[in-house]
Write a protein that binds this ligand. Structure first.
Ligand SMILES: [Zn+2]
Length: 392
């Protein structure tokens, strides 16, 4: 049964579109060769894709027998997605087309604790303005992606007991915002969308990637076989509450000795305050380190080693090819990366670390908004979705 479904999927209009998404123009003959379909079947599927503006046709320069063969390209500019990465106090929003070109983008102050209706109302208003700025119509929007700073149940897109989001528990974000935008809305937690953004930036050759966000809290996003691994309920990657050996520090989750309780930005800031230095969060800790504060520098290095120790086990278990460190603490650069690398390389198996890359985030604070767009683009352009859109 699975094989039959795959065969059907792999030869549908969606499969042709997947080939054209690499941006190269191709002829009917090339597409027939790549898919094993007859040229007439390819033509028929291309007609469907052109009708719905997924593909553009034009005369090519390749000459066979005197006249140029028609060339077909992915029409990535025809539709746009709206992307929002909401944090505790700030949000980043963008209008991005299906070829992942950013058409308009802005960062705004937007406190999440204002509650879902006020926050999402402001997001919708900002999307309207960004669409105008990008010169696009609401009718061109094929979906919106939202990242939230708390746990999200993947199936429903609803936040579940989010600690810093009063009023959001169980709120129907996709339905509420979808009705306002008149487009489908996908929701995930901030770490997962950042992992999607970094995976996109790393390129399609990287299939197994772990993204770790080191900020006030600690969490990770897992890309396995080129796809985001969310787990059964959407809770995969919650490494912040893995118990760290020999630590007995109380954690906000109610347990003690969690990674976050010893290496999170909030715990580092608390340690600095105890020592008489004013610090309120991960950004303050990094700022103090940059200003030459030795205690802050030591804490950040130690946090790198603590995170590295947990990641060493994950490297043995999961065998990623790339580990990307992001979040506010990653801004400390080598001071934190050195500790992570040192511990992973000394504690993981040689086969798992032979070709392992450990590096700082490429996209920085844009990883979430780019990833929110990737989440929607992959959904909209999934071969099955395209097959249905063309058939219907
Ligand atoms: Zn905990």
């Amino acid at each position: 049964m699975a094989t039959g479904a795959n065969v059907q999927t792999s030869t549908g209009a969606g499969a042709l579109l997947s080939i054209l998404r690499d941006g190269r123009a191709r002829t009917r003959a090339e597409l027939a060769e790549l898919t094993g379909l007859s040229r007439s079947t390819v033509s028929q599927r291309l007609d469907g894709l052109i009708d719905q503006r997924w593909v553009m046709a034009g005369d090519g320069a390749i000459s066979s027998g005197g006249r140029p063969a028609a060339m077909f390209t992915f029409n990535g500019g025809a539709r746009v997605v709206l992307a929002a990465d909401l944090g505790a106090t700030h949000a980043r929003l963008a209008v991005i087309d299906l070829a992942m070109t950013v058409l308009a983008e802005r960062a705004v102050e937007l406190p999440i604790d204002a509650g879902p209706e006020r926050t999402l109302g402001a997001v919708a208003g900002a999307f309207d303005e960004l669409l105008r700025e990008a010169g696009r119509e609401p009718g061109q929007v094929c979906g919106a992606g939202v990242g939230l700073p708390g746990p999200v149940e993947h199936g429903s897109g609803r936040p579940v007991n989010p600690p810093i989001m009063p009023g959001w528990d169980g709120f129907a974000v996709p339905e509420w915002l979808g009705a306002r935008l008149e487009a489908p809305v996908l929701v995930d937690n901030d770490v997962n969308i950042m992992a999607l953004g970094e995976h996109w930036a790393a390129g399609p050759a990287v299939d197994h990637l772990i993204f770790i966000k080191m900020g006030t809290g600690i969490g990770c996003g897992i890309i396995s076989g080129g796809k985001l691994h969310r787990g059964a309920q959407g809770a995969a990657g919650d490494v912040g509450h893995i118990r760290v050996a020999d630590a007995d520090v109380p954690c906000r989750c109610g347990n003690a000795g969690c990674l976050e309780a010893v290496a999170g930005g909030a715990s580092m800031a608390a340690a600095l305050r105890e020592a008489g230095t004013e610090a309120h969060g991960s950004r303050d800790v990094v700022a103090l380190m940059r200003a030459g504060d030795l205690r802050a520098t030591r804490l950040i290095r130690q946090a790198g080693r603590e995170v590295g120790a947990v990641m060493a086990s994950i490297v043995n278990f999961f065998n990623p090819s790339v580990i990307v460190i992001g979040g506010d603490i990653a801004e400390a650069g080598e001071q934190v990366l050195a500790g992570v690398r040192e511990t992973i390389y000394s504690r993981s198996l040689p086969l798992a670390t032979q070709h392992l890359g450990i590096r700082a985030s490429e996209l920085g604070d844009r990883a979430g908004v780019i990833g929110a767009a990737v989440m929607v683009v992959e959904h909209v352009l999934a071969p099955d979705t395209i097959d249905r859109a063309v058939a219907g």
